[in-house]
Design a protein around this ligand. Sequence first.
Ligand code: GLA
Length: 367
Amino acid sequence: MFGPMSLLSLFALVQSNDNGLALTPPMGWMAWERFRCDTDCQEDPENCISEVLFRDMADRLYEDGWRELGYEYVIIDDCWMSKARDQDGRLQPDPDRFPSGIARLAEYVHSRGLKLGIYADMGRYTCMGFPGTTLDRIKTDAQTFADWGVDYLKFDGCSSNPLEQMLGYPLMSKALNATGRPMVYSCSWPVYVGSLPPEVNYTLLGNICHLWRNYYDIQDSWESVKFIKDWFFKNQDYIQPAAGPGRWNDPDMLIIGNFGLSLDQSRAQMALWSIMAAPLIMSNNLRQLDASTQAILQNKLAIIINQDPLGIQGRQLLTEKSKIEVYWRPLVDSNSALAFLSMRSDMPYLYHTSLGKLGYDVGIYQV
Ligand code: GLA
């Protein structure tokens, strides 16, 4: 028999990500896709992974109207660390590139009403060869991040095996929780175990992580956006039901504002990510966005759809022979969002449809 206390602790164990964070998909900025592992601050001081980059991006989010729209997380990715842990076994930032330390950077970010995210890796090394978080280090690293005032952890999975991952991802969830500091927990686990059930248990992921990377890394091209889109919707029966407030599928960063997408393709990524209830985490150079790109990323309607409080992930409704694809997402108050995507490569195409075909009952609708 379970007494009330043990029931409670069982609940706490299972619901360990249930700390009231990420009730809508997280929004913000992340270094990886645009700035990669550029550690050469001699030659490239503006773009290397250093505290300057993250302070600058915090300034941009604060001053250029992003924060008000919900873009609040400034997220450090790989390559921030020193190659060695400190004498107490704690991770430490590279002293030349982060001379003020992460706690000071967190203060800076917080002073602008923003939140700081950081990167670690379940395994011996990060994907770029920096110190990883083996099972025995999980508690220490969670506590270090909490002590620094970190608000979000991306936990990658390079250099570990499936068994270590099965133990490590839930353990990190518990360890973050045990620090008492509310932190968003982003898990890359599914990427490393084949992305789909039965290898991936999406119910478990939803219980321990706020978001998870399902599939391959995004690159700066429309090819890459298409590849990810196709996988997500081909497998929507597995992954769409897994999403909801506090638990999100993550198709990876918004690459809008870089080199690979035309304006129409940028609009398409923004629309698809909004319909998908995907985290809106940009990776671009906020110092040099042109006005039309900024307008796409700051599109209020897309953001409202993305951030809908019901948190129901949208689905692909139709793929027509004409290569028009239709996407649909239910929203609060009997609203819904539709997106029409042309995958044609010839001409603008006049597409006819009907309420019935889109799954709507006969009635009067406001568009
Ligand atoms: C993996 C992740 C990326 C990025 C790199 C960093 O490839 O999927 O998002 O974090 O590692 O090395």
